[in-house]
Design a protein around this ligand. Structure first.
Ligand code: ADP
Ligand code: ADP
Length: 223
């Protein structure tokens, strides 16, 4: 993205952000609450449109897209993970992971196969997929949510505080899951986090403050 500005009304949430994330990289975004991190993710994911500036994601120039095309872009290219897992409690784990494929009208057998594969990829291949989400630990539930985010094989995974509800040991299991997905799928990951302990897992981080990137680095701890 280049020179991206985002206003909510007359409030500038982003005040000129330029960021390049290489394909297949794991990019972290840090910075205080309200500094524009979620807004940045929303713009990369095509959920929000910039007020000005250019955004190209997975080879697609998002500025050129209308609302329907933007929705299509999201469906095809982007998976989302949040701090809350947003799993549907009355559905089995398998059904939760299948959901994006149900919405895409993928046939039942293919759906099932893809969901089981996604669960295997996040390290939950040993868990009975007929269980309900509440029968799993928090870390396992987040990995189910990650399986759901990747089941349609997006090129980009956007994670907003994915470990915010997890203890630090479990957070590291989730980071290992991201590294595994990076390796096996070549997926690009952009993660917002408050947890500086997780930065060693990232290839690079950008630190935001007041709607701007104030520090950018590769493989270094922030000062
Ligand atoms: P962070 O993720 O770093 O906490 P956000 O990107 O969520 O920051 O928000 C940046 C600023 O923009 C905050 O002041 C927030 O209140 C404001 N903001 C975010 N989304 C909206 C919105 N939809 N409408 C109005 N203001 C918003
Ligand atoms: P975080 O700080 O964890 O990033 P926030 O609580 O700032 O999350 O924002 C949660 C959601 O509410 C986001 O989708 C954001 O865009 C929206 N939001 C944040 N601030 C405002 C606001 N002032 N007006 C409207 N929506 C907002």
């Amino acid at each position: 993205m280049k020179d991206v500005v985002k206003y909510y009304g007359d409030y500038p949430a982003l005040r000129g952000v330029t960021l390049e994330v290489p394909k297949g990289a794991f990019q972290c975004i840090i910075g205080p609450s309200g500094s524009g991190k979620s807004t940045l993710l929303h713009i990369i994911g095509g959920v929000d449109k910039p007020t000005s500036g250019e955004v190209t994601v997975a080879g697609v120039r998002l500025n050129d897209l209308g609302d329907d095309e933007l929705a299509e872009f999201r469906n095809r290219n982007v998976g989302f993970v949040f701090q809350m897992f947003y799993l549907i409690p009355r559905m089995s784990i398998l059904e939760n992971v299948e959901l994006p494929l149900i919405l895409r009208r993928v046939p039942r057998e293919e759906r099932r196969r893809a969901a089981l594969e996604a669960l295997r990829l996040v390290g939950l291949g040993h868990i009975d997929p007929r269980k309900r989400p509440t029968q799993l630990s928090g870390g396992e539930q987040q990995r189910v949510a990650i399986a759901r985010a990747i089941v349609a094989r997006p090129r980009i995974l956007l994670a907003d505080e994915p470990t915010g509800n997890l203890d630090s040991a479990t957070a590291k299991v989730v980071m290992d899951t991201f590294l595994e997905l990076k390796k096996t799928l070549g997926i690009t990951i952009v993660m917002v986090t408050h947890n500086l302990e997780l930065l060693p897992y990232c290839d690079a981080y950008a630190k935001m403050r007041d709607g701007k990137i104030v520090e950018i680095s590769s493989k270094q701890q922030p000062t």
